[in-house]
Design a protein around this ligand. Structure first.
Ligand code: 13P
Length: 340
């Protein structure tokens, strides 16, 4: 293992003005998104859609890397170039989702454990050969009556740390993603409390597993009220609570924190990131690793029609650029309506 390689890649992932496109939806998840726009989920359609995103003009200014799914890392552009090679030529680092999903945690109704550790070393070796230089593993923590349990938090933190150690052994930068869901009716304080327990457990397990913090990226949720909550926090509150939480639990050795959007609208996720970056100086880079917030408008604009590819690409480019601005606190709310 080369520590300097890991540090170099992790630092490049959070380069100035840049963040990640999470395009690693599983076949089942992208199938649901395609169903909403009336597109049949075939390997060709999934390839066409991802190619539209990756080929959007100029995105390398704002996109440092793309998280791919197992199918996508093996696919080619219409011109026959493997996707990882196509991205690398643009100066965009290919990454890969390596967990195999959150499954019911036996004995703990309503909670999940993320799977995918068996055979992971061998899969990482193959993914490295296919061009991946970073990986992602998502743990899912739901907030509900009496949930999460301390055991589910610990089990998920343990799995995240085992994954991270294996990645670093194979010279792949781990993105450690403990996602506290925003699906419930809980307020921002409850999200803060649960996220504290989760980050505390995660960094304790990372230390126990001897994970090299300088060669990893954290991908957390923001501190935010549940979608069904009667009171929503103001954007400034979300930004302040999130930065305060991260300062308590994330060591300064971690080069970057790249948020998930988690069901926030594109404008909300972009504004929150921008406000947080306005609260500096901060010990780490704060960036984005958005799936839906970067793709929602592009997906609907495209709607599976070849004639819409240019417009869909432009929609993705727009949100990539606005999040590039948010990296330095320079996104102005509503800018998406004024820019073409
Ligand atoms: P969202 O930004 O849509 O939450 O997706 C990010 C991601 O990679 C979730 O694992």
């Amino acid at each position: 293992m080369s520590l300097s390689d890991l540090e170099r890649v992790a630092t490049a992932m959070v380069a100035k003005d840049k963040g990640l496109l999470a395009a690693d939806e599983s076949t089942s998840t992208i199938g649901k998104r395609f169903a909403k726009i009336g597109v049949e989920s075939t390997p060709e359609h999934r390839r066409d859609y991802r190619e539209m995103l990756f080929a959007s003009p100029g995105i390398a200014q704002w996109i440092s890397g793309v998280i791919l799914y197992d199918e996508t890392i093996r696919q080619h552009t219409k011109a026959g170039v493997p996707f990882p090679e196509y991205l690398a030529k643009l100066g965009i680092i290919p990454g890969i989702k390596v967990d195999t999903g959150a499954k019911p945690l036996a004995g703990f109704p309503g909670e999940t454990i993320t799977e995918g550790l068996d055979g992971l070393r061998e899969r990482l070796i193959e993914y490295y050969q296919l061009g991946a230089r970073f990986a992602k593993w998502r743990a899912v923590i739901d907030i509900g009556a009496g949930l999460p349990t301390p055991f589910a938090i610990e089990a998920n933190a343990h799995a995240l740390a085992r994954y991270a150690a294996l990645c670093q052994e194979q010279n792949i930068v781990p993105i450690v993603e403990p996602e506290v869901l925003m699906d419930g009716a809980h307020g921002i304080e409850r999200c803060d409390e649960v996220s504290s327990l989760v980050l505390s457990a995660v960094f304790s397990q990372l230390a126990a597993h001897r994970v090299h913090l300088e060669g990893m990226i954290l991908k957390p949720n923001m501190v935010i009220a549940g979608k069904k909550a009667s009171v929503q926090a103001r954007p400034e509150q979300v930004a302040e609570a999130t930065v305060r939480l991260l300062k308590r639990f994330v060591p300064a050795a971690v080069p970057g924190i790249m948020f998930l959007s988690g069901g926030q609208s594109a404008a909300e996720a972009t504004l929150h990131l921008s406000l947080m970056n306005g609260l500096g100086p901060l010990p780490w880079q704060l960036s984005f690793s958005y799936g839906r917030a970067l793709q929602d408008e592009a997906l609907v604009t495209w709607s599976g029609k070849p004639g819409n590819v240019a417009a869909g690409a432009k929609a993705f480019q727009k949100w990539a650029r606005l999040n590039g601005l948010a990296r330095s606190g320079a996104y102005q709310p509503g800018a998406e309506l004024r820019s073409a």
